[in-house]
Design a protein around this ligand. Sequence first.
Ligand SMILES: [Zn+2]
Length: 468
Amino acid sequence: MSNQFNHRAAYGTWINDMRNSALPYEGWPSVRLDQETEQSIIETIELISKSGFNEIVLWGLFAAYSWPLDLTSAIDSERALRIERIIQAANRCGIKILTGIGIYSWGFDTIIESDPEVRGTNLHAMCGSKPESWEWMKKIIDFVIKRFDFDGLHLESADLGRCNCTVCDREGDVEYHSRITARAAQYIREQDSSKILLVSLCGYIPYYKKIAANEIQYLIEMSKHIDYLIDGGHNGYFIDETTLSAVIEQLHCDFGTSGGIWLYPPQRWERLRWFLPYTQKTGKHIKQLYHDGGRAIEYYLGPIINPGVEMNIAFGGRLLSNVDREMDDILAEVVTELYQPMDTETCASLVSIFKRAENAYFDHWYDAQDSPKAELRQLYVSEFYGNDLQKPTYLAEAPEFNRLMTRIMMDARGRERYRTELNFILADLLALEANTGSKGRMERLRICIQNVIKDIDETIMKSTDHHG
Ligand SMILES: [Zn+2]
């Protein structure tokens, strides 16, 4: 058998992040579950199954910030039917389906507002020391695992912070989050030992920090109760990389990442507005992670109608199911399947277009000028909170309109070079159109590249205005 990851999970994350049409007027994360959401999820499940993934993880089937107090009214009959059909599609495709569940946070806003017995210092997170908080946690777990037949759960406690009351504050972040999460995991296992349990360290500690050596013990203890652990670092690992292999060896569960680089898709943006394949960057990371002992990946999805997203998924799944494969060989296979090139030269040119488009961005982003190069993992093409939703943050240097990304992404010189490269790529692409079988995909590819060039043009115009 080939060397492969045990947990090859495709990560939603929220149900409309992979939606094939934009939701420009809804706040993120939208938990709308309509025909378009359902259809997009099912098509994505079919793609990941063909690509080599074996799990999918979805948030937002039940709630986002707020469960209703009775819990059951989160799911009306139409929603229930849609969820059933999504679960059936996963079963049919041989994909295990996991749902995200917030541990003490994500989903508790109304509960915290109405029940003083769970209230601590955080409006989005229950107090981790009060008995009533645990009672609510159990109620939600019971509801989720009894209402539908999911294969597992993604547990996450830290994304919206934690309680810092005087009792909770006795524990450091790693100890605190590991304690409440391990308790939930144990409880789920007592109810149903067949559930796959994954824990994401997303937000566990501040993103510029590493987990201290004396705190690793809390991860090891928690790892006894789960199937795999995903390091949620956005700037490299939370675990000190020099000790990574040793820590992985001590864990009682599989360990992994989100693929080394990922783009968080903007729910409100037109789906063909960006084009960022990153097969070379994620491929290199996946091979290294496997070498270091990692056996799990929670790989970010996006709207598969976007050709860059589709390529990232089709490539990632194949590499995860055979990490020894040559990356160019995988690219050629995917291009052949999706674009039906008429000869080997056309195939090679399309492969090179995906690689050149990746380099055209990453060679010219601002960090490329730093030494040593900062390892940014989570990339936002646009802000997704607030009022500046139409701005292409990833092409810009003004961090003031982006609270999530405080660094300069691209400066004027980078933008000029990125645009020049894209114009060459576009010319090459147009010359290939007659030699491929998939006109629809070729057209979407062209529109994406043209839209990025348009965004660069507008960003350049704006910064020229601004500076005078
Ligand atoms: Zn507290």
